[in-house]
Design a protein around this ligand. Sequence first.
Ligand SMILES: Cc1ncc(COP(=O)(O)O)c(C=O)c1O
Length: 401
Amino acid sequence: MVDTQAWQLATRAVHAGKPAPHDGCTATVAPIHHAVTYRYRSMEALDQVFAGERAGYVYARHGNPTVAAFEEAVAALEDGEAAVAFASGMAAIHATLLAVGARQGSTVVAAQDIYGATYTLLTTLMRSQGVTVRFVDANDRDAVQAACSELRPVALLVETISNPLLKVADLPNLAETAHGCGAALLVDSTFATPALVRPLSMGADVVIHSATKYLAGHGDVLGGVVVTSQELRADILGILKATGANLGPQDAWLALRGMRTLMLRMREHCDNAREVARWLETHPRVSRVHYPGLPSHPQHTLAKALFENHQYGGVVSFEIEGAGREEVFRFFDALNLCVPATSLGDVHSLLLYPAHASHRTLSAEERQRMGIGAGLVRMSVGIEAVDDLLADLEQALNTLS
Ligand SMILES: Cc1ncc(COP(=O)(O)O)c(C=O)c1O
């Protein structure tokens, strides 16, 4: 038996989740299983699968072989025991919160600088169900410790690299603080991917991805995935079976196919992002650049220690000097190559205006509190030739002068 976890990440990305032999031969690529139900040789056999006494599939909401191949591959990349896939990243976050005990009377502590829909999930749905939610500056260790000691939350939820300000979470320290207070550390690692960091190996209990982004990588799949222990996976799967936010087999196949090139793509994303960040830092119309790979980033030293291969992610945020909605819209409308559209992590470059997209549902005061100003732009740097990207940014910024 080959010990696949002994393989390096690049090898796992290409080979994990490969099909098992069937009828004396092995397909080299996972097939797409569209069947919703499965027939067994006897009712006894079907009953054993229903009872969990025998491995197998009974119904697509309970499990699907193509989805299982994707889950196996993500778990292998994250150094985790097991994974559960979802129809979206938000469904994955929601189910995880429920599984770790977010319900009437419990508390969740979350990083204040967090993806807008996650913020909305916590402040609307969770609070309306009687969950106390407290936001803290995840980079202020004393504030996190104080909130966890006071509230004894069921979970501490952070993003490895935050959306959109790209703050870097000190995962080993946060794990220690969370565990010291009896909380699970949930890490949304969508921006980082396992190419940069594997949060479970740093003490996190759960790592969550919007697979829509870098894992699938091509802007053609909506999906989510959670990697954790076998024990917690069983609880999360129970919630998935009850709520039905399943990833479909076609999307699982596309996501798995995308993941085969994750390591290659991330290298290019990160190299290009670093070039773009350095260039933006010298541009007279840009007042501030947020990128963990720049020495000017407040957590650059931490990022250097946590992230592998001198990679700092493919997203850069920057502030256009003195700009508001009108100037930012003019800049976006002038782009020829970079795509002014929501999402991130695709092979093509995408630019987004957080104030009207990812963080639209927040009030201006909430955005201000988070540090999301009216001139802030988020760029997901693609794998195009970087000189073409810089030329496009340059001509678009020139329309503002
Ligand atoms: C950091 C982060 N987490 C979660 C999500 C939600 O993922 P999805 O859109 O797949 O539901 C997003 C989406 O942009 C995100 O950026």
